[in-house]
Design a protein around this ligand. Structure first.
Ligand SMILES: Nc1ncnc2c1ncn2[C@@H]1O[C@H](COP(=O)(O)OP(=O)(O)OP(=O)(O)O)[C@@H](O)[C@H]1O
Length: 247
């Protein structure tokens, strides 16, 4: 097992700007696990708590209750360094004044690579995401949405992570570009042995990439599907309704 999420609860205070008027429970007893090389999809309507869970896994916020454990023999303590993330909003997740070279090599700053080695590493990463050296001195505004999201994926895999959190990572791309980026993620998963937590509100992308699916509603997992091929066997009315939309 790579990641174990156990009985996670999270609330936020409800405030009217000045006073706190109680709490909103956003995550209610969430438990699941991810194996090495596995892609788990989380699907649910807007506001169901998907991104909050992502932030807790990344260590950006703390849960009120429960445990998030990265289980890798001996290296457990350092595992957070092996997590990377790709967000939906690729334009705001890069500095518009940085060229592709600087964007992708940003996480490599703390390594002891020389300038030349860093350049070569960026070329290799560009090739991994289906781009080439010609892109290295371009600015973000000189790239298409799909190309820029590939650059973000290249940056995310620059430190050889084990686990990628993909939060609506293809949602703002055109459908044909979505397929290209999903194909790329599939290839990286197989070649690099990456595990993914794929957060989305789009069931079609889940069926394309994921091995397992968790259906989220109002901060709860209302259904788990352990084999993507058995997606049609969902029992819950909400999951059924989601499936119907895509039939
Ligand atoms: N920092 C915060 N303070 C207060 N409430 C918050 C905070 N972050 C999220 N929330 C609330 O928690 C709930 C879940 O938000 P979250 O962003 O996790 O949902 P989501 O499922 O990712 O939605 P979407 O698909 O629209 O991104 C929402 O009602 C949101 O308003």
């Amino acid at each position: 097992m790579l990641l174990e999420v156990k009985n996670i609860r999270k609330s936020y205070p409800i405030s009217n700007g000045i006073f706190t008027k109680g709490k909103q429970e956003v995550l209610k007893d969430i438990s699941f696990s991810i194996e090495e090389g596995e892609c788990v999809g989380i699907i649910g309507e807007s506001g169901s708590g998907k991104s909050t869970l992502g932030r807790l896994i990344l260590g950006l916020e703390k849960a009120d209750y429960g445990e998030i454990k990265f289980l890798e023999k001996k290296e457990c303590k350092f595992f957070r360094k092996k997590i990377s993330v790709v967000f939906q909003d690729y334009t705001s997740s890069v500095n518009p004044r940085f060229r592709v070279l600087a964007i992708i090599s940003e996480p490599l700053r703390q390594t002891k690579l020389s300038k030349q080695q860093r350049y070569e590493k960026v070329v290799t990463l560009l090739e991994k995401v289906g781009l080439n050296e010609d892109f290295i001195y371009r600015f973000p505004h000189e790239l298409s949405g799909g190309q820029l999201q590939r650059v973000c994926i290249a940056r995310a895999i620059a430190t050889n992570p084990k686990f990628l959190l993909l939060d609506e990572a293809v949602s703002s791309l055109d459908i044909s570009v979505q397929v290209q980026v999903l194909d790329l993620l599939k290839k990286l998963k197989e070649k690099e042995g990456l595990s993914y937590l794929f957060i989305t509100h789009d069931l079609l992308t889940v069926t394309y990439l994921c091995d397992k699916v968790l259906f989220f509603k109002e901060g709860k997992i209302i259904e788990k599907i352990d084999k993507i091929t058995e997606l049609k066997k969902v029992q819950n009315e909400y999951s059924k309704a989601l499936l119907k939309v895509y039939q």
